[in-house]
Design a protein around this ligand. Structure first.
Ligand SMILES: NC(=O)c1ccc[n+]([C@@H]2O[C@H](COP(=O)([O-])OP(=O)(O)OC[C@H]3O[C@@H](n4cnc5c(N)ncnc54)[C@H](OP(=O)(O)O)[C@@H]3O)[C@@H](O)[C@H]2O)c1
Length: 228
């Protein structure tokens, strides 16, 4: 099995990279910002997911090593602004990264998955796309876009042993949440029945479930602690 994780330099992607590296799988990861340590690690590639050319080059480099590919699309970014004040450039960058970037990575690896009659594609959506949180129009649009894209790709590739699914994540004790103010974190916790953010081990376990579940495709798995 080969596991390819985008956005593996930080947060959830890094957590998954480390967990799967202890297992019997070949794991590759990507980072985006300059990172001298990861730059020396042969398992890592520097990638801007907005560039289809870059991801195509990486897929060419590693294709000979790929067997039963699990593609985990963790790379993502955020931009907070009320719509009436939003910068077009920043807004578009979120769509380009979270939605088109996810498409670019899938597009680069799909032909090989179809040739090998196997694939597991996991996209990272968010509860933010369904709850209507002020300032998140770009992020919410990018994540909601993944639902439609996932459904369509799932149907296109079902006969080729490939499943395509989303995780609709709630709030986890890792990654992006650290950029949110403590005040807002308190407000969010009031909407989570257990009153705490999620342990990322839940996401790891869900990936393992998706790998095993060949009949689950086109789905969105809510992993959110019952947030309301
Ligand atoms: N954490 C949560 O509670 C939560 C909740 C809901 C959904 N999610 C989703 O889960 C995913 C991971 O979240 P996280 O909290 O772990 O995020 P994070 O800590 O902010 O990490 C984001 C990762 O994406 C990479 N990245 C950003 N822009 C990129 C680009 N243009 N090309 C390639 N890579 C890029 C970053 O690379 P560099 O650091 O190298 O720049 C980093 O590795 C995201 O899609 C996020 O929207 C997270």
């Amino acid at each position: 099995m080969t596991i390819f994780i985008t956005g593996a330099s930080r947060g959830i992607g890094k957590f998954l990279f480390e967990k799967f590296s202890t297992e019997n799988a070949k794991v590759f990861g990507t980072y985006h910002s300059e990172n001298q340590e990861l730059g020396k690690d042969k398992r890592f590639f520097r990638l801007d997911v907005t560039s289809f050319e870059e991801v195509s080059k990486i897929s060419e480099i590693i294709k000979g090593e790929i067997e039963r590919l699990v593609l985990i699309n963790c790379a993502g970014n955020n931009y907070n602004s009320f719509a009436h004040k939003a910068s077009h450039t920043e807004w578009k960058n979120v769509i380009d990264t979270n939605l088109t970037g996810t498409f670019n990575v899938i597009r680069a690896f799909l032909p090989l998955m179809r040739e090998q009659n196997y694939g597991r594609i996991i996209n990272f959506a968010s509860v933010v796309a369904e709850t209507g949180i002020p300032g998140t129009s770009a992020y919410a649009a990018s994540k909601a876009g993944l639902w439609g894209m996932t459904r369509s790709m799932a149907v296109e590739n079902a006969s080729k042993g490939i499943t395509v699914n989303n995780f609709n994540l709630g709030y986890f004790d890792i990654g992006m949440i650290n950029e949110v103010s403590e005040e807002y974190q308190k407000i969010v916790k009031q909407k989570i029945p257990s009153g705490k953010f999620g342990d990322p081990a839940n996401i790891y376990n869900a990936v393992k479930f998706v790998i095993e579940a060949d009949y689950m495709t086109g789905s969105s798995l809510d992993i959110n602690g019952g947030i309301y």
